[in-house]
Design a protein around this ligand. Structure first.
Ligand SMILES: [Zn+2]
Ligand SMILES: [Zn+2]
Length: 142
């Protein structure tokens, strides 16, 4: 039996995390991993903690988007902000290529690398920012 790679290990966890999404418009998961291959945070698409979720009260739509939802990447980053956990240099595993706002936040928070599963609505400017800031982004299949 061949041993599971780190990439597969974290992406499988990421897929599991995504299943807890409460906004069924997108089941998205994010896992932040440090240099020692330890998970520092996880996040999925959902409403503010403690507030009613889309699967309970329906979506709150504006301009075709559900505005009640916090994206998985932001949830993962903001938990660290809340608890004082450094994310500098961590790798982000995401089930979907991050949207532009999440890409900017990941870069600004000091993420070193991105691994994604689905090339879903890849934003050209997000790609440009990642390239300009020297952040590798790699699609992995698992
Ligand atoms: Zn929603
Ligand atoms: Zn996003």
């Amino acid at each position: 039996m061949t041993r599971m790679s780190w990439n597969k290990y974290f992406m499988e966890i990421c897929k599991m995390v995504a299943q807890r999404s409460t906004c069924d418009r997108a089941f998205v998961g994010c896992v932040l991993v440090n240099k020692d291959n330890r998970i520092v945070s996880t996040g999925y698409n959902g409403s503010l903690a403690g507030n009613p979720s889309c699967d309970e009260i329906g979506h709150t739509m504006r301009d075709g988007h559900c505005i009640a939802t916090i994206h998985a990447e932001m949830n993962a980053l903001l938990y660290c902000a809340k608890e004082g956990i450094s994310v500098k240099g961590t790798k982000a595993y995401v089930t979907h290529f991050p949207c532009l706002n999440c890409t900017k936040s990941l870069i600004q928070a000091g993420i070193s690398e991105i691994y994604y599963l689905n090339a879903y609505r890849v934003d050209e400017y997000a790609v440009e920012l990642l390239e300009k800031n020297g952040i590798p982004f790699t699609k992995i299949d698992c």
